[in-house]
Ligand binder design. Structure first.
Ligand code: SAH
Length: 351
């Protein structure tokens, strides 16, 4: 009885609590539809039909780190590097505001060009536009996080990627899991809404470790959880690993999202771009499996091809304006609507 999927789903719907073993059974289930529709129901109950849009500005692809899976890794000499100047980043945020976005996400590799002073300037100028700001710029010192927060940034997104310590340390040379966890602790202490998440399908990753990742995300607890399938990038040093799982991890990623929705009913969960890379309807399917956020690309077309974390990224030839209109009609086509609020986690209606 207790190992029965229906029993576990009912338990999660009633209590939003599952232990590691139960999560593992859900990760293994073939009844994916049951799982995703339960998550969709919980999303509707707690958050309604609104979808929050976050305009993604990919402002630099320079990175001092060497994460084996990521196209921005510093040893990828094939990548044509760019960085957008401070004033131009601010202008992109203004443009995003004009398209009706309420939040901008500033994302980059770990690029030392953007000193605290430069970031504080960018953040405080964008703040004047009455936009919510999410940062996704990697591992920083406590002091840096505090300065960004004081300058007006609202949320910080730092995926833990995997909580399997051996795997993390192998995939992220020169970095380590404990420090990344400490960064997330510091982000929280600085007063940010904490966003984290994982990649699904990393070489060497097990379902058991994904179950632990889910428990970890709940323990923080995150206000936002971004889940993306790992997509093999042949230009990265991961190609030297013996065992690379090049399977399509779409369904498993959906399951992870759905489980997160069941146990954290009111958090923000984006339907990630990587999902759409694997399935041309990926973001809509994710929105119907627990997700409630979409992050359309608001980077100018000329830079998009260069922000190649993984191959096959969507919308490479599209303009920010096109992405805005396109996503709106997609969202409406499934009976959902775009929120007019900034979509903070603490303003989500929990019942
Ligand atoms: N430097 C920032 C932003 C990193 S890029 C940071 O460290 O947080 C944003 C995310 O892209 C990463 O957190 C990772 O989860 C994802 N990513 C990197 N390589 C990928 C790949 N090959 N396939 C899918 N997602 C990938």
């Amino acid at each position: 009885m207790k190992n029965n999927i229906n029993y576990i789903l009912q338990k999660s719907i009633n209590s939003h609590n599952l232990d590691e073993k139960e999560i593992l059974l859900l990760l293994k289930t073939k009844s994916i539809k049951k799982l995703t529709s339960s998550a969709d129901m919980i999303r509707k109950k707690y958050l309604g039909d609104e979808v929050h849009l976050r305009a993604l500005i990919e402002f630099s692809n320079y990175c001092k780190q060497n994460c084996l899976y990521c196209g921005l890794q510093k040893t990828n000499l094939k990548l044509d590097r760019y960085r957008i100047k401070e004033q131009d980043i601010i202008n992109l945020a203004k443009q995003a505001k004009n398209y009706g976005y309420k939040t901008v996400v500033l994302q980059s590799g770990e690029d030392p060009y953007y000193t605290i002073k430069k970031m504080v300037y960018i953040i405080s100028e964008i703040k004047k536009l009455d936009l919510a700001i999410t940062l996704s710029i990697g591992e920083k010192t406590f002091n840096e996080y505090k300065s960004y927060r004081q300058a007006g940034a609202d949320r910080y997104l730092l995926r833990i990627e995997t909580t399997d310590e051996k795997l993390y340390n192998k995939l992220n040379p020169g970095m380590n899991l404990k420090n990344r966890m400490q960064c997330l602790e510091n982000i929280k202490k600085s007063g940010f809404e904490v966003g984290s998440g994982i990649m699904v399908g990393l070489p060497g990753q097990t379902l058991e470790s994904i179950a632990k990742d889910i428990i970890y995300l709940k323990s923080i607890p995150v206000a936002m959880a971004g889940i993306g399938p790992f997509i093999y990038n042949p230009d990265t040093s991961i190609s030297h690993l013996e065992k690379i799982n090049k399977n399509n991890h779409f369904d498993l990623s959906l399951k992870v999202m759905a489980i997160l929705r069941l146990i954290m009913p009111d958090i923000n969960i984006p339907a990630t771009t990587a999902m759409e890379t694997l399935n041309h309807n990926g973001r809509l399917i994710a929105l119907q499996s627990g997700a409630n956020v979409v992050m359309p690309n608001a980077t100018e077309t000329i830079y998009r091809k260069k922000y190649e974390i993984y191959p096959g990224k969507i919308c490479l030839n599209d303009s920010p304006e096109h992405c805005r209109t396109c996503i709106e009609s997609k969202i409406k086509s499934i009976g959902r609507f775009i929120s007019k609020s900034k979509g903070f986690h603490n303003s989500n209606v929990a019942i």
